[in-house]
Unconditional design. Structure first.
Length: 329
């Protein structure tokens, strides 16, 4: 099971994430996974670097780490043709270092400002499938003629990579995971709630995902002082703990700030793994591995990034590999 470092563009500047990615490589992470935001979840997060410019810089700044990203091919910020061209260019320049990407149906906070309208989930899911099919066809070198929710007529990529990235689908709910099973190369979901994770994986498998890899994003807040770990989780990630369709439908960072005003620090344990020792993380990773998870994207939601990276390299990597769970096993 691979362990990757999460670069959160909505929380930190591109230059800071670049430096931490270099630190992550030195600490022994197996890769870096980044978000792709036009706006942050809240004004207090205050960042939104352009992921596709950053990915090229980060790959150049590191030696061998693979990178991946979650993005939206549904025609709002990115037309699938433009997205496919960006993917192909990175994969050509850095062979083998963009092994997979996760595609989702998007959130209004990042997409709706470009169109004004924000469609219901059913249309967003149709756009997702259509966008993935277009990206996949273009990366294979085919000339595309398509008219549907999006249009691409007589288009092809003149620079296609030898190693085409796998295209995963992102899902939080069982219903969405089931719908991804037949077309996605793998599943990306959340890894905090193990019982819910088991249900999502089962639905993905039942929908056609048998034998396909499952990757999870694990939101955590790690600090030696438990109170600081809880406070940091609440200060920086309560906006992403609203549940339901709020994350998809709220349009402005200020809306998330307002909607999360009643979430208390003690509520954060439901969404964030709040820990103060490496053993606590190792126990959770062991549980994920026993469920067949292939890769874990570890997102330290707090401001203490270097502290986390250093502790991970010192206390987690040696113990994890000694237990026979590392990428080399």
């Amino acid at each position: 099971m691979l362990l990757t470092y999460h670069a959160s563009h909505e929380q930190f500047s591109p230059s800071a994430l670049l430096a931490w990615s270099v630190e992550a490589e030195q600490a022994g992470f197996d890769g870096v996974f980044c978000s792709d935001h036009l706006q942050p979840w809240s004004p207090s997060q205050g960042h939104s670097g352009f992921a596709w410019a950053w990915l090229g810089a980060a790959m150049q700044a590191t030696r061998h780490l693979p990178f991946s990203c979650i993005t939206v091919p549904c025609g709002w910020r990115y037309h699938p043709v433009v997205l496919a061209q960006a993917i192909a260019s990175l994969a050509e320049m850095f062979p083998g270092r963009l092994p997979w990407l996760a595609f989702g149906s998007g959130e209004a906070v990042n997409e709706a400002g470009l169109t004004g309208a924000w469609p219901a989930k059913q249309e967003r899911q149709l756009r997702l499938r259509e966008g993935v099919d277009l990206v996949r066809a273009l990366l294979s070198g085919r000339q595309v003629q398509h008219q549907g929710l999006m249009t691409a007529m007589d288009v092809r990529l003149w620079e296609t990579p030898a190693n085409v990235p796998h295209l995963f689908g992102a899902a939080v709910t069982e219903a969405t995971a089931h719908g991804l099973g037949d077309w996605a190369d793998g599943l990306l979901t959340l890894g905090r709630d193990l019982a819910q994770l088991a249900r999502v994986i089962r639905s993905f498998r039942d929908g056609g995902g048998h034998g396909k890899p499952v990757h999870v994003k694990l939101d955590l807040s790690w600090h030696p002082d438990q109170r600081e770990a809880v406070q940091q989780a609440h200060a920086h990630w309560r906006f992403n703990a609203l549940g339901g369709e709020a994350n998809a439908d709220l349009r402005q960072p200020e809306h998330f700030e307002w909607a999360s005003r009643f979430i208390q620090p003690e509520h954060m344990h439901q969404n964030v793994l709040i820990i103060n020792t490496a053993d606590q993380l190792l126990a959770h990773l062991s549980a994920l591995r026993s469920m067949g998870v292939a890769s874990v994207d570890i997102h330290q939601v707090s401001v203490h990034q270097s502290l986390f990276i250093e502790g991970f390299g010192r206390d987690v990597v040696p113990a994890y590999r000694a237990a026979g769970q590392g990428s080399g096993t």
